[in-house]
Design a protein around this ligand. Structure first.
Ligand code: ZN
Length: 338
């Protein structure tokens, strides 16, 4: 059974002007899932507020207090990209706590895998500051939760079109958490080069695949097959958390990648072969409502157990293969199987 996290209160996080990260994103995805009859096939997991212990496992007290304080004002511009309305802090508490709850449900065996339709997103949020539409780093908090529940090896896969600077930094020196990211580069936020491979105590536990726009299904699958899977087979994760950005989809308003719903499904299917299928997808970015709805349906079908048909995604392009060659060169000292 797949656990589905969704809460109407995630819609209360909104800006008083047009912003790409708006409540309509979740409404569109939720409407599509309903139309395709997928919601009824999942077990609903209720959101709850993150505890202070969960939040401080990633964020500073000052950061948490600053986000809480936004609840006193109609609107706070936290940085030029990142806003908080009066209800945003409450949504952020529920998103972080909800994902921790869903992750615990997967680890406890109440559900086999999970999909979290949440906002605000999280992967840009750093320990001490909100950033890039993100207030709390939901996935990082969920990973810390899993560690506290005794999980020794966690794989975070970040296929959002942007690099998850906050997540990378959180686990920079932690060899229990392997962070793998594919992202457009150069691009916001500017981090995520091939040579960023982790701190002294965790060399090789940060794996970045930065590449130009124009990469599609064949290229992403090649990154998984040539880089992620050989490393993951050695690392043997007990849990896979996915920073599930649908802004790498074809037609996105911010990213220039070309992933199709079938491509996202194939990536999800690949991950289900790891960690005995204990995979949790947590929504990050994605700004084309049609594209994110189709991609979310495709991913959820795979989580539910519908096998994606065998597809020929063609050959990855030469530019992608050159980037992957460079990633392999940088990571091989830590992962001889590459
Ligand atoms: Zn993004």
């Amino acid at each position: 059974m797949t656990g589905l996290l969704y809460d109407e209160r995630f819609l209360l996080h909104r800006a008083p002007y047009a912003h790409p990260e708006h409540p309509g994103r979740l409404e569109a995805i939720q409407a599509s899932l309903r139309k395709e009859g997928l919601v009824e096939r999942c077990r609903r997991v209720q959101a709850r507020e993150a505890t202070a212990e969960e939040l401080t496992s990633v964020h500073t007290e000052e950061h948490i207090a600053a986000i809480a304080a936004t609840g006193q004002h109609d609107f706070t511009e936290l940085d030029p990209d990142t806003y908080a309305g009066r209800e945003s802090a409450s949504a952020a508490w529920l998103a972080a706590g909800g994902l921790a709850e869903l992750t615990a449900a997967v680890l406890g065996g109440q559900v086999g895998n999970g999909f979290a339709l949440l906002r605000p997103p999280g992967h840009h949020a750093e320990a001490d500051r909100p950033m890039g539409f993100c207030l709390f780093n939901n996935v990082a908090i969920a990973a810390r939760k899993a560690q506290r529940l005794g999980v020794g090896r966690i794989l975070i896969v970040d296929w959002d079109v942007h690099h998850g600077n906050g997540t990378q930094r959180t686990f920079w020196d932690d060899a229990e958490v392997l962070y793998f990211s594919t992202h457009q580069f150069p691009f916001y936020p500017g981090t995520g080069t091939i040579l960023e491979t982790g701190g002294d105590r965790a060399r090789g536990y940060t794996v970045n695949v930065p590449w130009p726009g124009g990469m599609g299904d064949a290229e992403y699958l090649a990154a998984f097959e040539r880089v992620l899977l050989p490393i993951a087979r050695r690392f043997r994760p007990e849990l896979v958390l996915v920073s599930c950005g649908f802004d790498a989809a074809k037609g996105d308003l911010l990213g220039q990648m070309l992933l199709t719903p079938e491509g996202y499904a194939a990536l999800t299917s690949t991950l289900l072969g790891l960690a005995r299928g204990r995979v949790v997808l947590a929504l990050e970015g994605g700004y084309n409502l049609d594209a994110i709805s189709a991609a979310a349906c495709a991913c959820l079908r795979v989580l539910i157990g519908e096998l994606p048909g065998l597809q020929d995604f063609g050959q990855p392009n030469a530019l992608a293969m050159r980037v992957l060659d460079q990633v392999i060169l940088a990571q091989r000292p830590f992962w001889p199987e590459l």
